[in-house]
Design a protein around this ligand. Structure first.
Ligand code: ZN
Length: 196
């Protein structure tokens, strides 16, 4: 999740934090880089600032295909669900969902615990507290706005925290897909009765 553009799949800072709990110098350096250059630049800059290993690990922390996302996709696939990955549910809305079920009109988002302010894992930043608080507030606002626009367009939005169990999350998606299909079928039947 990109700091400046929450829909941008550049990388996932939340993962850096969750993995880097034992590595505060790295965390601190990343915060400083983002603060100074914005997150896009922070991905480029560390080429010089960090060792090759750290750089590789940071490049691996993109917003797309994070470990929790892959686990959820695998669990959903195992339940027979088929979906599109990282696409916009609505072409005109700058909002990419992690899993999209086009026919059922279901959009699934996996929110990073750090970026989206998970009540269990979000910790307040000690440095530049106001700056970060503002960023998180904006992320939450954008989430709420996207939820609203999608709902108005007839979509069902399901959001998971990245810490949630992938198997129970996948079951919840499957239930929603079944519900949407039954609703669609019922509407089709009542539509054909109405036109008789
Ligand atoms: Zn969490």
């Amino acid at each position: 999740m990109c700091l400046l553009h929450p829909a941008c799949p550049t990388w996932n800072y939340g993962d850096v934090l969750s993995q880097g709990a034992s590595c505060w110098p790295l965390e601190f350096s990343i915060r400083a880089l983002i603060f100074r250059y914005g997150s896009h630049m922070a991905v480029e800059r560390p080429t010089r600032a960090f060792s090759e290993g750290v750089r590789k690990s940071m490049q691996g922390n993109r917003g797309r295909d994070t470990k929790p996302e892959l686990a959820l996709r695998r669990a959903a696939h195992a339940l027979g669900l088929r979906y599109r990955v990282s696409v916009r549910p609505l072409p005109n809305l700058r909002c990419t969902a992690d899993m999209v079920f086009t026919r059922a009109k279901v959009a699934v988002f996996m929110d990073g615990c750090f970026w989206h302010g998970c009540p269990e894992h979000h910790t307040k930043s000690a440095t530049n507290a106001e700056y970060w608080a503002e960023k998180f507030r904006k992320n939450r606002e954008l989430d709420a706005k996207n939820n609203r626009v999608l709902a108005e367009a007839g979509w069902t939005v399901i959001r998971f925290w990245e810490h949630e169990d992938p198997i129970s999350s996948a079951r919840r998606i499957a239930e929603q897909i079944t519900f949407s299909r039954q609703k669609r079928e019922a509407e089709a039947i009542s539509g054909s009765i109405g036109s008789m």
